[in-house]
Design a protein around this ligand. Structure first.
Ligand code: SF4
Ligand SMILES: [Zn+2]
Length: 137
């Protein structure tokens, strides 16, 4: 009997990269990579590589701990994650990474950037902010 060319590992939520609609995503192991296989009713199927080492990905699943409670939640639960971000009371994560925005004039136009940068933001001047700029955003 033929089998699928990948191993179905789990199910999660993601966003369509085209319309940002929340969609279900299968976590699949294929070849040596871990992918999110998403299906948007409007834009169809897309696969996104999230790890290029399956063993490493499995090991990361062991490093979980109870979520940190922020001093204050800033947004109500209204539309569900991720549309309520702010933080909302549904947030389950702990702090794991500090982001310091050095510039808001990056022109790399990375589709997964959460620094809200890009050539269209401030005319694409592409200069790096001085350290005194840190913390203003
Ligand atoms: S704060 Fe957390 S749970 Fe709430 S929308 Fe943002 S990522 Fe989702
Ligand atoms: Zn879509």
């Amino acid at each position: 009997m033929p089998t699928r060319p990948y191993l179905f590992y789990g199910l999660t939520n993601s966003l369509c990269s085209q319309c940002l609609t929340k969609v279900e995503a299968k976590i699949i192991f294929q070849d040596s990579g871990v992918y999110l296989a998403k299906h948007c009713p409007t834009h169809g199927r897309e696969e996104v590589l999230i790890a290029d080492d399956i063993d490493y990905y499995r090991q990361t699943q062991a490093f979980i701990k109870p979520g940190d409670l922020p001093l204050k939640f800033n947004t109500p639960i209204k539309y569900g994650c991720p549309y309520d971000c702010g933080l909302c009371p549904d947030h389950e994560q702990h702090s794991c990474l500090t982001l310091i925005e050095l510039t808001d004039r990056c022109n790399l136009t990375c589709p997964i950037c959460y620094a809200d940068s890009g050539v269209d933001e401030l005319g694409g001047a592409g200069t790096t902010s001085s350290p005194s700029h840190l913390g203003r955003n």
